[in-house]
Design a binder for this molecule. Sequence first.
Ligand code: FAD
Length: 499
Amino acid sequence: MKAEVVVIGSGISGLTAAASLTKRNRQVVIVERNQKPGGALKHFVRKGIPFDVGFHYSGCLGSGGILRVLWEYLGVWSHLRVHPFPSEGNDSLILRNSEKSVQAFFSYERLEDELQQAFPNEAEGIATYLKALRDICASIPFYNLDLSLTPFLRAPLSSAKIGLAPFLTSLTKDPDLQAVLASPAFLYGVPPRQAGLAVHAMVAHAFISGAYAIDGGGQAIVDAFLATLAEAGVDILTGQEVESVLVKENQVAGVKTSEGEIYASHVIYTGHPTSLLDLVPDGIFRKAFYNRIRNLINTDSMFVVFGAVDDPGSLDDLTWVNHYAIPSGLDILDVNLKYPEESALLMTAPGRRYSDSALSDAQRGIILMRPASWDEVAPFSVDSGKARPASYKRWKAQSADRLLDQAKKLWGYSRIEPLAIGSPLTFRDKLGVPGGAVYGVQHCLNQYNPGARTRLSGLWLSGQGTLMTGIVGASLSGLVTAGEIEGLEPLWDEVRQCR
Ligand SMILES: Cc1cc2nc3c(=O)[nH]c(=O)nc-3n(C[C@H](O)[C@H](O)[C@H](O)COP(=O)(O)OP(=O)(O)OC[C@H]3O[C@@H](n4cnc5c(N)ncnc54)[C@H](O)[C@@H]3O)c2cc1C
């Protein structure tokens, strides 16, 4: 089989890279080792209740928002129904140490009012924080579409070396406020003491500018891409693992999959960067690059209970409110290994936001999550595909009970029946990432994430481990990698015309 470009992986970054390249008339083949395309945008149904795994909500989907502009350009926007969170929607934060409660609204004005009411002596720090987010994002082309792309990609932002923790502690000594301002870290998975202000700003600004749900969740995004790619004649070969990248005379020649060889002059790899090292012949990369990629620091994992409530009416606001409980201070993402359920918690119900959910069982679906460490499952760790020991199943059920118990104390509800449970082991195997790292590689201070280019001509990287994580970050990484092949600024100009 022959193609111009082989994309390894059908997550949102691979789908975006493929769709961007087909817009430029490239002949693209996507190879995906899973039976179904979509990567982390997994979806499953239990007892008639739809559950999303890797997508709950996003920013950048309002008018002029980069994800909307990109989806307009790629032709997927017309396949989607996007619902903005209404003005009363928010991330409701309970501070676990003080029991203070703060509503983090998806609007700069409302958020500032709320924070000033909750922390009346901290007006200056709050205003400085919000201004810093806006100022940083005004210098980033994905938020200020008047800017060129190349300078941003080639040189780090001046704010890139500022740590989030020192910045927050310079603004306020109040540990509750520190935790509230740090809380968007949940959406990129870096503990605030390791996080940089610039990355934090990129993610926080996206959500404070407006949060959005998508009818049908992550699966709807995947279906929209599949429809667009089918029109463009793109083959998606599922159930095939790429086993190696073929190299001829220091140039990519294609890939070898579990089913055969595909010849191509460009290959885009979207999986975890460390796993790429095993796909490329020895000696291709310099030792320094090899060591850097081998030693990348990953995000932590999560423990997740997908459940059903008997009485959805008892949790009325859950449709447009995500309920978080977080410790005070800057350790909000740390896992308390002795009492992991006393770490941070999130209760959400993205299925309720589907437009046909009002009459369906989707109303009963509820998702509870907490950060989890690989150390919790290390004693049970078995190879992928092998049966898990009974001790693991017991640990999982007991951990789920304790999580439900905590959630009941915090938020109250009639009863939640656990229907599925995800642990770091589950995420390792289902997402194919080391340690079940839900957001892949950390985008943190002092870590130099790989870019799209590699030393091997024709081999490109993309995905959440490169540019940024989340649906927005991974999508933009797909665009950037396509741009590196096609010419960054011409592609960026075409995209920007869709504002
Ligand atoms: C529990 C959870 C909740 C989340 N919630 C949100 C949210 O609310 N909002 C948000 O914006 N983001 C959220 N995210 C993050 C978001 O889902 C990811 O950042 C994004 O989907 C990553 O896309 P990707 O294309 O980079 O990687 P992936 O989706 O992981 O895709 C990579 C693909 O490559 C394939 N692959 C790898 N190696 C090979 C090989 N050798 N051969 C063939 N195929 C291969 C893999 O099978 C996989 O399908 C969440 C993630 C998780 C896990």
